[in-house]
Design a protein around this ligand. Structure first.
Ligand code: SAM
Length: 273
């Protein structure tokens, strides 16, 4: 089976996101700079925000801290369950500014318009090109005219993609040990490694990740294999889809220090025309 055929099989998204791992930043998460970007863009008067693929609420809680009103949508009940538990600790004022719905952003009737939509941490790579177009139309419908859609894609280097496109054996990525994983049997560490398959023609990237859960004595408790597929949209494809859906590009910057936008990946501020 080649990687293209693999990606045509049902995706494994439902089992991929583990809220405890995600919240602890295990794996290759680029949490801090991503969350900081969104908060920076939204500094200023409080506004109503729709957080698409809100997960455990990493960004939503930061936006509440800044005074915004946030409605989250996520397809994963476990991720939202984690968000709900964290919401119990919010002060009354912040709790009143937070709400959420479980479901796919592609299916939900929004029925309300927001000042700003956020879709953080590589969210749009969950979609194929057709779904990306549908997502952007839905996003436009949920925004007031002049409202922003802020989103980002991770940057994947040509070297990394070439290795992923190559034959086995290929490099195993290692992301070290993360602590503070809150599991049912107590706090755990997790070590993560993974390998990827990439089809440069379809731009599907399949990432196989092995998480090893380790207790305070350093003993391995269990292992979990997880697989996700993502479409590595080029920036040209993404921008074209945004224009087709009735957006203008207000800002598009690369994730590197110089802010240069490469072939793929970056931060995008779209405005609904
Ligand atoms: C990488 S996580 C990002 C979570 C959050 N935006 C953050 O930055 O902390 C992606 C999230 O998108 C959710 N997701 C994936 N496809 C979705 C869809 N079609 N509709 C709603 N949520 C989706 C996943 O369940 C997961 O919680």
């Amino acid at each position: 089976m080649n990687s293209h055929e693999m990606t045509l099989n049902p995706p494994w998204l439902a089992n991929f996101y583990d809220p405890a791992l995600f919240d602890a930043g295990a794996g290759d998460a680029d949490s801090a700079s991503t969350i900081a970007y969104y908060c920076r863009q939204l500094k200023g008067p409080a506004c109503s925000v729709l957080d698409l693929g809100c997960g455990t609420g990493r960004l939503a809680f930061a936006l509440l801290d800044d005074g915004h009103r946030v409605h989250g949508v996520d397809i994963s009940a476990p991720m939202l369950g984690y968000l709900a538990t964290k919401a119990e600790a919010l002060k009354v004022d912040a709790r009143e500014r937070l709400s959420w719905t479980c479901g796919s952003v592609l299916d939900l009737p929004v029925g309300e318009t927001f000042d700003v939509l956020v879709a953080a941490d590589d969210f749009v790579t969950h979609f194929d090109l057709d779904e990306l177009g549908r997502f952007l139309v839905m996003a436009g419908d949920a925004l007031r005219p002049g409202g922003w859609l802020l989103t980002d894609m991770r940057e994947r280097s040509p070297v990394r993609l070439a290795a992923a496109a190559g034959a086995l054996p290929k490099p195993m990525q290692s992301y070290g040990l993360t602590g503070g994983i809150l599991t049912a049997t107590g706090p755990r560490y997790a070590a993560m490694m993974g390998w990827e398959e990439y089809d440069p023609h379809s731009r599907w990237l399949v990432s196989h990740q092995l998480y090893s859960f380790i207790d305070a004595q350093g003993r391995e408790e269990r292992r979990d294999w997880k697989t996700i597929r993502q479409r590595n949209h080029s920036n040209a494809e993404f921008i074209e889809a945004a224009l087709q859906a009735g957006f203008a590009v207000e800002q598009a910057v690369g994730r590197g220090g110089d802010g240069q936008l490469g072939e793929q990946g970056g931060f995008f501020q779209l405005v609904r025309l």
